[in-house]
Design a protein around this ligand. Structure first.
Ligand SMILES: [Zn+2]
Length: 399
Protein backbone atom coordinates (compact mmCIF):
# COMPACT_ATOMS: atom_id res chain seq x y z
CA UNK A 1 0.00 0.00 0.00
CA UNK A 2 2.85 2.34 0.73
CA UNK A 3 4.15 1.85 -2.79
CA UNK A 4 0.80 2.75 -4.23
CA UNK A 5 0.48 5.78 -2.01
CA UNK A 6 4.02 6.92 -2.83
CA UNK A 7 3.32 6.57 -6.52
CA UNK A 8 0.05 8.44 -6.24
CA UNK A 9 1.76 11.26 -4.37
CA UNK A 10 4.52 11.34 -6.91
CA UNK A 11 2.15 11.50 -9.84
CA UNK A 12 0.27 14.30 -8.10
CA UNK A 13 3.54 16.18 -7.77
CA UNK A 14 4.50 15.47 -11.36
CA UNK A 15 1.19 16.91 -12.49
CA UNK A 16 2.37 20.28 -11.23
CA UNK A 17 5.50 20.32 -13.30
CA UNK A 18 5.23 23.06 -15.91
CA UNK A 19 3.84 21.89 -19.20
CA UNK A 20 5.38 22.90 -22.49
CA UNK A 21 3.55 25.90 -23.86
CA UNK A 22 2.65 25.84 -27.52
CA UNK A 23 2.65 29.60 -27.73
CA UNK A 24 4.21 31.92 -25.25
CA UNK A 25 2.75 35.36 -24.85
CA UNK A 26 3.93 38.43 -22.92
CA UNK A 27 6.50 40.00 -25.26
CA UNK A 28 5.91 43.26 -23.39
CA UNK A 29 7.98 41.92 -20.50
CA UNK A 30 11.30 43.35 -21.78
CA UNK A 31 9.60 46.75 -22.15
CA UNK A 32 8.38 46.57 -18.56
CA UNK A 33 11.85 45.75 -17.31
CA UNK A 34 13.53 48.52 -19.27
CA UNK A 35 10.91 51.05 -18.17
CA UNK A 36 11.50 50.11 -14.53
CA UNK A 37 15.28 50.38 -14.98
CA UNK A 38 14.99 54.11 -15.65
CA UNK A 39 14.20 54.44 -11.92
CA UNK A 40 16.07 51.47 -10.45
CA UNK A 41 18.57 49.25 -12.23
CA UNK A 42 17.60 46.31 -10.04
CA UNK A 43 14.20 45.22 -11.37
CA UNK A 44 12.12 42.82 -9.28
CA UNK A 45 9.08 41.19 -10.87
CA UNK A 46 5.95 42.12 -8.92
CA UNK A 47 5.22 38.44 -8.19
CA UNK A 48 8.51 38.15 -6.36
CA UNK A 49 8.39 41.40 -4.43
CA UNK A 50 6.38 40.25 -1.37
CA UNK A 51 8.83 37.48 -0.58
CA UNK A 52 12.04 39.24 -1.59
CA UNK A 53 14.21 40.14 1.42
CA UNK A 54 15.37 43.73 1.21
CA UNK A 55 18.87 42.66 2.25
CA UNK A 56 19.22 40.70 -1.00
CA UNK A 57 18.47 43.80 -3.05
CA UNK A 58 20.70 45.99 -0.92
CA UNK A 59 23.64 43.67 -1.48
CA UNK A 60 23.03 43.47 -5.22
CA UNK A 61 22.81 47.27 -5.44
CA UNK A 62 26.04 47.68 -3.49
CA UNK A 63 27.89 45.26 -5.77
CA UNK A 64 26.50 46.97 -8.85
CA UNK A 65 27.52 50.37 -7.56
CA UNK A 66 31.09 49.20 -7.00
CA UNK A 67 31.49 48.02 -10.59
CA UNK A 68 33.32 50.12 -13.19
CA UNK A 69 30.45 49.78 -15.65
CA UNK A 70 26.66 50.09 -15.50
CA UNK A 71 24.94 46.98 -14.15
CA UNK A 72 21.36 46.10 -15.06
CA UNK A 73 19.67 43.35 -13.08
CA UNK A 74 16.24 41.74 -13.51
CA UNK A 75 14.92 39.22 -10.99
CA UNK A 76 12.08 37.27 -12.54
CA UNK A 77 10.16 34.02 -12.06
CA UNK A 78 10.28 31.31 -14.70
CA UNK A 79 7.33 31.60 -17.08
CA UNK A 80 6.49 29.98 -20.42
CA UNK A 81 7.42 33.20 -22.16
CA UNK A 82 10.70 33.46 -20.34
CA UNK A 83 11.58 29.88 -21.10
CA UNK A 84 11.26 30.75 -24.77
CA UNK A 85 13.36 33.90 -24.76
CA UNK A 86 15.58 33.61 -21.70
CA UNK A 87 18.73 33.08 -23.65
CA UNK A 88 18.10 36.17 -25.76
CA UNK A 89 16.80 38.34 -22.98
CA UNK A 90 20.04 40.20 -22.08
CA UNK A 91 20.44 41.04 -25.77
CA UNK A 92 16.79 42.10 -26.13
CA UNK A 93 17.11 44.31 -23.08
CA UNK A 94 20.37 45.87 -24.14
CA UNK A 95 18.92 46.59 -27.58
CA UNK A 96 16.17 48.55 -25.84
CA UNK A 97 18.40 50.59 -23.54
CA UNK A 98 21.18 51.03 -26.08
CA UNK A 99 23.58 51.36 -23.14
CA UNK A 100 26.78 49.43 -22.55
CA UNK A 101 27.10 47.50 -19.32
CA UNK A 102 26.45 44.18 -17.67
CA UNK A 103 22.97 42.71 -18.13
CA UNK A 104 21.97 39.99 -15.69
CA UNK A 105 18.61 38.23 -15.81
CA UNK A 106 18.25 36.06 -12.75
CA UNK A 107 15.43 33.53 -12.90
CA UNK A 108 13.87 31.51 -10.12
CA UNK A 109 12.50 28.11 -11.03
CA UNK A 110 11.48 25.42 -8.53
CA UNK A 111 13.09 27.47 -5.78
CA UNK A 112 16.48 27.58 -7.49
CA UNK A 113 18.02 30.72 -8.94
CA UNK A 114 20.10 30.80 -12.07
CA UNK A 115 21.12 33.57 -14.37
CA UNK A 116 21.90 34.53 -17.93
CA UNK A 117 24.19 37.44 -18.52
CA UNK A 118 25.92 39.46 -21.17
CA UNK A 119 28.61 42.11 -20.87
CA UNK A 120 28.53 44.98 -23.35
CA UNK A 121 31.78 46.83 -22.87
CA UNK A 122 31.83 50.58 -22.91
CA UNK A 123 35.26 50.54 -24.54
CA UNK A 124 34.59 47.83 -27.10
CA UNK A 125 35.93 44.33 -26.97
CA UNK A 126 39.15 43.78 -25.07
CA UNK A 127 40.56 41.48 -22.45
CA UNK A 128 38.91 38.23 -21.49
CA UNK A 129 35.34 37.29 -22.27
CA UNK A 130 32.89 37.02 -19.42
CA UNK A 131 32.22 33.48 -20.59
CA UNK A 132 35.81 32.40 -20.16
CA UNK A 133 36.06 34.01 -16.72
CA UNK A 134 32.90 32.21 -15.66
CA UNK A 135 34.13 28.92 -17.03
CA UNK A 136 37.38 29.20 -15.07
CA UNK A 137 35.68 30.23 -11.84
CA UNK A 138 35.91 27.10 -9.71
CA UNK A 139 33.69 28.57 -6.99
CA UNK A 140 30.68 28.92 -9.24
CA UNK A 141 29.20 25.62 -8.17
CA UNK A 142 29.54 26.43 -4.51
CA UNK A 143 27.16 29.36 -4.71
CA UNK A 144 23.94 29.28 -2.75
CA UNK A 145 21.20 28.99 -5.38
CA UNK A 146 18.36 29.45 -2.91
CA UNK A 147 18.72 33.23 -3.15
CA UNK A 148 19.35 35.55 -6.09
CA UNK A 149 22.16 37.70 -4.66
CA UNK A 150 24.99 35.14 -4.61
CA UNK A 151 24.91 34.46 -8.35
CA UNK A 152 24.22 38.09 -9.32
CA UNK A 153 27.07 39.37 -7.17
CA UNK A 154 29.42 36.69 -8.46
CA UNK A 155 28.49 37.56 -12.03
CA UNK A 156 29.31 41.21 -11.37
CA UNK A 157 32.69 40.18 -9.95
CA UNK A 158 33.36 37.96 -12.96
CA UNK A 159 32.43 40.78 -15.33
CA UNK A 160 34.83 43.08 -13.48
CA UNK A 161 37.61 40.52 -13.98
CA UNK A 162 36.70 40.22 -17.65
CA UNK A 163 36.63 44.00 -17.88
CA UNK A 164 40.01 44.90 -16.42
CA UNK A 165 41.74 41.63 -15.62
CA UNK A 166 41.74 42.02 -11.85
CA UNK A 167 41.79 38.72 -9.93
CA UNK A 168 38.48 37.26 -8.88
CA UNK A 169 37.89 37.71 -5.16
CA UNK A 170 36.83 34.67 -3.13
CA UNK A 171 33.07 34.22 -2.80
CA UNK A 172 31.74 35.72 0.44
CA UNK A 173 31.09 33.02 3.03
CA UNK A 174 27.45 34.07 3.26
CA UNK A 175 26.99 33.33 -0.44
CA UNK A 176 28.22 29.77 -0.31
CA UNK A 177 25.79 26.92 -0.25
CA UNK A 178 24.71 26.27 3.34
CA UNK A 179 24.60 22.97 5.21
CA UNK A 180 27.54 21.59 3.35
CA UNK A 181 29.13 18.98 5.59
CA UNK A 182 32.72 19.68 6.49
CA UNK A 183 34.84 18.19 3.81
CA UNK A 184 38.44 17.16 3.64
CA UNK A 185 38.29 17.85 -0.03
CA UNK A 186 40.72 15.78 -2.01
CA UNK A 187 42.08 16.57 -5.43
CA UNK A 188 39.83 13.84 -6.76
CA UNK A 189 36.76 15.54 -5.32
CA UNK A 190 37.79 18.81 -6.88
CA UNK A 191 38.35 17.21 -10.24
CA UNK A 192 35.03 15.50 -10.08
CA UNK A 193 33.22 18.69 -9.27
CA UNK A 194 35.22 20.57 -11.84
CA UNK A 195 33.68 18.42 -14.54
CA UNK A 196 30.40 20.16 -13.82
CA UNK A 197 31.84 23.65 -13.89
CA UNK A 198 33.24 24.01 -17.36
CA UNK A 199 30.74 21.64 -18.86
CA UNK A 200 30.38 22.08 -22.57
CA UNK A 201 32.89 24.87 -22.63
CA UNK A 202 36.19 23.17 -22.15
CA UNK A 203 34.70 19.80 -22.83
CA UNK A 204 36.53 18.44 -19.84
CA UNK A 205 35.61 14.87 -19.27
CA UNK A 206 37.23 13.05 -16.45
CA UNK A 207 36.58 9.59 -15.34
CA UNK A 208 37.18 9.36 -11.66
CA UNK A 209 38.43 5.92 -10.99
CA UNK A 210 38.65 6.18 -7.24
CA UNK A 211 35.04 7.26 -7.06
CA UNK A 212 34.00 4.41 -9.24
CA UNK A 213 35.88 1.88 -7.15
CA UNK A 214 34.27 3.19 -4.02
CA UNK A 215 30.97 3.15 -5.84
CA UNK A 216 31.29 -0.48 -6.84
CA UNK A 217 31.86 -1.49 -3.26
CA UNK A 218 28.43 -0.14 -2.47
CA UNK A 219 26.85 -2.85 -4.52
CA UNK A 220 27.29 -5.09 -1.53
CA UNK A 221 25.71 -2.67 0.86
CA UNK A 222 22.05 -3.14 0.23
CA UNK A 223 19.56 -1.10 2.21
CA UNK A 224 17.18 -2.70 4.69
CA UNK A 225 14.74 -5.24 3.35
CA UNK A 226 11.76 -3.06 4.22
CA UNK A 227 12.91 -0.59 1.62
CA UNK A 228 12.83 -3.16 -1.14
CA UNK A 229 9.16 -2.74 -1.74
CA UNK A 230 8.45 -4.77 -4.83
CA UNK A 231 8.23 -3.85 -8.46
CA UNK A 232 7.06 -0.39 -9.23
CA UNK A 233 3.95 -0.21 -11.30
CA UNK A 234 4.63 0.32 -14.93
CA UNK A 235 2.69 3.56 -14.72
CA UNK A 236 5.73 5.11 -13.14
CA UNK A 237 8.01 4.18 -16.04
CA UNK A 238 5.36 5.58 -18.36
CA UNK A 239 5.29 8.87 -16.49
CA UNK A 240 9.08 9.21 -16.57
CA UNK A 241 9.05 8.29 -20.25
CA UNK A 242 6.47 11.01 -20.93
CA UNK A 243 8.60 13.54 -19.06
CA UNK A 244 11.72 12.45 -20.94
CA UNK A 245 10.00 12.86 -24.31
CA UNK A 246 8.64 16.25 -23.34
CA UNK A 247 12.08 17.36 -22.17
CA UNK A 248 13.73 16.09 -25.36
CA UNK A 249 11.33 18.30 -27.32
CA UNK A 250 12.07 21.30 -25.16
CA UNK A 251 15.82 20.77 -25.45
CA UNK A 252 15.52 20.41 -29.21
CA UNK A 253 13.69 23.74 -29.35
CA UNK A 254 16.34 25.38 -27.20
CA UNK A 255 19.06 24.13 -29.58
CA UNK A 256 17.06 25.43 -32.55
CA UNK A 257 16.85 28.86 -30.96
CA UNK A 258 20.64 29.01 -30.90
CA UNK A 259 20.86 27.80 -34.49
CA UNK A 260 18.38 30.43 -35.63
CA UNK A 261 20.56 33.20 -34.32
CA UNK A 262 22.15 35.25 -37.07
CA UNK A 263 25.41 35.62 -35.18
CA UNK A 264 25.70 33.16 -32.32
CA UNK A 265 28.55 33.74 -29.91
CA UNK A 266 31.25 31.16 -29.30
CA UNK A 267 29.70 30.38 -25.94
CA UNK A 268 26.35 29.77 -27.55
CA UNK A 269 27.91 27.43 -30.10
CA UNK A 270 29.69 25.55 -27.32
CA UNK A 271 26.43 25.26 -25.45
CA UNK A 272 24.71 24.02 -28.58
CA UNK A 273 27.36 21.35 -29.13
CA UNK A 274 27.20 20.21 -25.53
CA UNK A 275 23.38 20.09 -25.67
CA UNK A 276 23.49 18.07 -28.91
CA UNK A 277 25.90 15.62 -27.33
CA UNK A 278 23.50 15.03 -24.45
CA UNK A 279 20.45 15.00 -26.72
CA UNK A 280 21.95 12.34 -28.98
CA UNK A 281 22.51 10.09 -25.97
CA UNK A 282 19.01 10.83 -24.63
CA UNK A 283 17.44 9.89 -27.95
CA UNK A 284 19.49 6.72 -28.12
CA UNK A 285 18.33 5.69 -24.66
CA UNK A 286 14.72 6.34 -25.63
CA UNK A 287 15.08 4.35 -28.81
CA UNK A 288 16.72 1.43 -27.04
CA UNK A 289 14.06 0.22 -24.66
CA UNK A 290 10.88 2.19 -23.89
CA UNK A 291 9.99 -0.02 -20.90
CA UNK A 292 13.33 0.17 -19.15
CA UNK A 293 13.07 2.55 -16.22
CA UNK A 294 16.85 3.05 -16.18
CA UNK A 295 16.87 4.06 -19.84
CA UNK A 296 13.96 6.49 -19.64
CA UNK A 297 15.31 8.05 -16.43
CA UNK A 298 18.70 8.46 -18.12
CA UNK A 299 17.03 10.07 -21.12
CA UNK A 300 15.20 12.47 -18.80
CA UNK A 301 18.43 13.48 -17.03
CA UNK A 302 20.38 14.06 -20.25
CA UNK A 303 17.55 15.94 -21.94
CA UNK A 304 17.10 18.13 -18.88
CA UNK A 305 20.80 18.97 -18.90
CA UNK A 306 20.65 19.69 -22.63
CA UNK A 307 17.67 21.99 -22.15
CA UNK A 308 19.34 23.92 -19.36
CA UNK A 309 22.64 24.23 -21.19
CA UNK A 310 21.07 25.33 -24.45
CA UNK A 311 18.92 27.85 -22.56
CA UNK A 312 21.96 29.47 -21.03
CA UNK A 313 21.61 27.97 -17.55
CA UNK A 314 24.24 26.06 -15.60
CA UNK A 315 24.14 22.36 -16.37
CA UNK A 316 23.56 20.49 -13.13
CA UNK A 317 24.37 16.91 -12.16
CA UNK A 318 21.38 14.75 -11.26
CA UNK A 319 20.50 13.69 -7.74
CA UNK A 320 22.65 10.60 -7.31
CA UNK A 321 20.01 8.73 -5.35
CA UNK A 322 17.20 9.24 -7.81
CA UNK A 323 17.85 10.93 -11.16
CA UNK A 324 14.16 11.72 -11.53
CA UNK A 325 14.43 14.03 -8.52
CA UNK A 326 15.38 17.67 -8.82
CA UNK A 327 19.04 18.22 -9.78
CA UNK A 328 21.82 17.40 -7.34
CA UNK A 329 22.62 20.87 -6.11
CA UNK A 330 23.87 19.71 -2.71
CA UNK A 331 26.97 17.65 -2.08
CA UNK A 332 26.56 14.90 0.49
CA UNK A 333 29.06 12.45 1.84
CA UNK A 334 27.97 8.88 1.42
CA UNK A 335 30.48 6.53 2.94
CA UNK A 336 33.76 7.64 1.49
CA UNK A 337 32.54 9.54 -1.54
CA UNK A 338 30.75 12.80 -2.12
CA UNK A 339 27.73 12.66 -4.34
CA UNK A 340 25.38 15.35 -5.62
CA UNK A 341 21.92 15.11 -4.10
CA UNK A 342 18.66 17.00 -4.35
CA UNK A 343 17.58 18.99 -1.32
CA UNK A 344 15.16 16.32 -0.14
CA UNK A 345 17.72 13.54 -0.27
CA UNK A 346 20.38 15.80 1.25
CA UNK A 347 18.02 16.52 4.14
CA UNK A 348 17.52 12.79 4.70
CA UNK A 349 21.28 12.21 4.65
CA UNK A 350 21.70 14.97 7.21
CA UNK A 351 19.42 12.91 9.47
CA UNK A 352 21.51 9.79 8.84
CA UNK A 353 18.82 8.21 6.70
CA UNK A 354 19.73 6.76 3.33
CA UNK A 355 17.28 8.05 0.71
CA UNK A 356 15.13 5.34 -0.77
CA UNK A 357 16.57 5.90 -4.20
CA UNK A 358 15.38 4.88 -7.64
CA UNK A 359 14.37 1.24 -7.48
CA UNK A 360 14.68 -1.21 -10.32
CA UNK A 361 13.59 -4.82 -9.82
CA UNK A 362 12.92 -4.07 -6.15
CA UNK A 363 16.43 -2.86 -5.40
CA UNK A 364 18.11 0.55 -5.53
CA UNK A 365 19.63 0.99 -8.94
CA UNK A 366 23.12 1.50 -7.50
CA UNK A 367 23.18 -2.12 -6.36
CA UNK A 368 22.98 -3.31 -9.98
CA UNK A 369 26.10 -4.34 -11.86
CA UNK A 370 27.88 -1.19 -13.09
CA UNK A 371 29.70 -3.20 -15.76
CA UNK A 372 26.43 -3.81 -17.54
CA UNK A 373 25.15 -0.25 -17.55
CA UNK A 374 26.82 3.10 -18.05
CA UNK A 375 23.83 4.64 -16.27
CA UNK A 376 24.53 2.62 -13.14
CA UNK A 377 28.30 3.03 -13.38
CA UNK A 378 28.12 6.82 -13.54
CA UNK A 379 25.11 7.28 -11.25
CA UNK A 380 23.27 8.73 -14.28
CA UNK A 381 26.17 11.13 -14.73
CA UNK A 382 26.26 12.18 -11.06
CA UNK A 383 29.73 10.66 -10.59
CA UNK A 384 31.30 11.54 -13.92
CA UNK A 385 30.18 13.59 -16.88
CA UNK A 386 31.14 11.22 -19.67
CA UNK A 387 27.72 9.54 -19.69
CA UNK A 388 26.76 10.79 -23.19
CA UNK A 389 29.94 9.37 -24.71
CA UNK A 390 29.48 6.08 -22.92
CA UNK A 391 25.90 5.77 -24.13
CA UNK A 392 26.79 6.59 -27.71
CA UNK A 393 29.87 4.37 -27.68
CA UNK A 394 27.99 1.34 -26.44
CA UNK A 395 26.01 -0.71 -28.87
CA UNK A 396 23.60 -1.33 -26.08
CA UNK A 397 23.16 -0.40 -22.50
CA UNK A 398 21.35 -3.16 -20.78
CA UNK A 399 21.15 -4.40 -17.25
ZN1 LIG B 1 17.06 13.15 -4.46
Amino acid sequence: MSVRRTTATLLAVLAFLPAVPAHAAAPEKPDQIVAAWSKDRVYVDERLRPAMPEVELTRIRAAAKAADFPVYVALVPQTPYLREVLYDLPTLLQARTGEPGLYVVEVVSDGYWHGVEELYRPGGLKGKTLTSVRAEDKQRLDLDTNRPAPDVIRTIQQAQTAYDGRPLPPVAAADLEPERPSRGESVTDQEDRATFIGMGIGGVLSFVLTLLLAFRRKRHRRPSATQAAGKRPNVYTEEIRRQADSMIKRATQAVKRIENKPQPTLEQLDRRDDANRRLAAARKLRADDPDDLLAVAGALVLARQAERGASGATVQPPCFFDPTHKPGTQQVRWDDVEVPACKVCAARMAKDQTPRGLHVKSVPYWTLDPKKSALVATGFGALSDDLPERIIARAEDRR
